[in-house]
Write a protein of this length. Structure first.
Length: 177
């Protein structure tokens, strides 16, 4: 297992640690969970950078990386919704998008020669806004900022989904190899 895959595995391990901190009775539990979330974000950037710069991309990494992202994203969304920090429609909208992408990705991988759709700029921008929205909750920014950032996050995820759908349909029709 190479360094990027180890960093991705670390992100997966951080998910239950995040949840434990968030739901604990510790003073500043949400802030500690936020630090864990930021650590996961830093390791996400690092694993991608190292994998590309040193040509260490692997099939395992291309599967584990989005899995780690989705696990942490849903841990945050579910914990925030449970604590009534965000509205239920946010994880619902993002959940439908992610579930559809998981199914589409599985179809491509299983039935189109182990193809994997890599992330693109739309997905990366949506992720950056998700991190910003999440940190706005952790750092107790005004509610209008929190709501605005999450609204933009959902909108950007919708744009990313439409872009991924276009790529998926092209691959599925064998227009892109």
């Amino acid at each position: 297992m190479n360094i990027p895959n180890l960093l991705t595995t670390l992100r997966i391990v951080l998910v239950p640690i995040y949840l434990t901190a968030f739901f604990s009775n510790m003073t500043n539990g949400i802030m500690i969970a936020g630090v864990i979330f930021m650590l996961a974000g830093i390791s996400d950037v690092l694993d991608g950078y190292i994998a590309r710069k040193y040509d260490m991309t692997t099939k395992l990494g291309s599967v584990l990386d989005p899995l780690a992202d989705k696990l942490m994203t849903f841990a945050v969304l579910i914990s925030f919704t449970h604590a009534k920090l965000i509205s239920y429609w946010i994880p619902l909208a993002l959940g439908i998008k992610e579930l559809t992408m998981i199914i589409g990705g599985a179809i491509l991988y299983l039935f189109k020669g182990n193809q994997v759709m890599s992330s693109n700029k739309f997905g990366k921008i949506a992720t950056i806004f998700f991190y910003g929205a999440t940190l706005s909750v952790i750092f107790h920014l005004p509610e209008i900022i929190i709501k605005g950032l999450f609204f933009i996050t959902v909108l950007l995820n919708l744009i990313a989904f439409i872009n991924y759908l276009s790529i998926y349909l092209s691959i599925r029709e064998n227009k892109v190899s």
